[in-house]
Design a protein. Sequence first.
Length: 445
Amino acid sequence: MELIKNYKLKQENGEYLLEIYLNNINTEFADELDKIKENENCNFIDQIQEYIKNQCPNFTIGLCKVMLGSMLITSFMFTKAPVYAVDNQSSINENSFIDYKVQSGDSLWSISNKFNVSINEIKTLNNLTSDTIYIDQNLKIASNNVYIVKSGDTLYKLSREYNTTINKIKTDNNLTTDNIYIGQKLIINQENKIVDTTKYIVKKGDTLWKISQTFNVSVDSLKSINNLSSDTIYEGQIIYLKGSVETKESTITYKTHKVQSGETTWSISIDYRIPMQELLDANNLTRNSQLSIGQELTVPVHNIPVKETMGSQYGEYLDWWSEAQYLIAINDVAKITDIETGKTFMVKRTIGANHADCEPLTSNDTAIAKQIWGGYSWNTRAILVEVDGRKIAASMSFMPHDVQYITDNNFEGHFDIHFLNSTRHKDGLVDENHQEKVKIAAGLK
């Protein structure tokens, strides 16, 4: 059985903290464990250092922690002599302590699981001689998950950075509001955020040459791996560092439709989930063209492959014109998730060409949206649009205006949902505020 099961790589203050998780102890490893405190050059340490060298050749590792389940076996500086911290209270930095007030229903077992520490560590740190604790008792907890709030931090920013939710942070820290302050210690239990060393997200100012130097991969290799025909790259683009990339492009096929009694180019375009103008263009028709029963029309059918996202909490970064508008077509009902609060409500796309013009499905959905926006507002917010199992990165404002089709939702008019490269109706220009929020919903900001 392999000694090492998996690892997590976290960035802290310009360096990386590596957590290595071991498989269950076998006899061979049990013998080795007894030697760890006594001999820095034991086979176990050699294996760990070799593993780091192979798995993370391009990262500066500041500290390595070796875990067996939730138990810390040992920790050491990668570039210095190992520092072993098994049951060694003096090796724990004071900034890793947090004060916790015991709540109703708590036990040492539940607290140990909550903060990813052992029961014995809690008892030793608090001089407890039994497992008995009481409500409102103050306990000092040493946790690897303590974060010290810095200037500019918000719960929303931290939830995105550590792949968790605002409510989870508030629950773990007994917070009753979203207010935090500089120097405050927070427990942040992230959701298995693993740094993927096989790909890189392009940042502002990056070039292929700069990326090649950082990861010791030639420019030609990067271009070959990513099917690039030039050196041009853009912010937010995913660049693969090894292997090969299967290009997934949207495709268009065509089918024939025979006109039935009562049908119009508008109704046919709605049935086939395409803009009416696209149907007209495919058949050399104009808005004034008359259809006849039995007339055969060519209908474009768009096939939109699923695109990779930056994580399960983000949406696909889909172009409005070639992709997104075919996934949320007119008359589609979709679930909206507000990125910052996690609140959800239902909408229906009722009209719109440059972007999706939508309306709340019910009066309850209107009420939820008003809670999120604090009333009616042109302010833009990052959202996910979920339809037919696909989650798409988008941006939304919540100001009723112009025509409406749903009359019993306590909302007079429609509101706007924008996607990548969608434009305003009034001038046909891209709205940069919306585009920034779309990037946030895609995990690119």
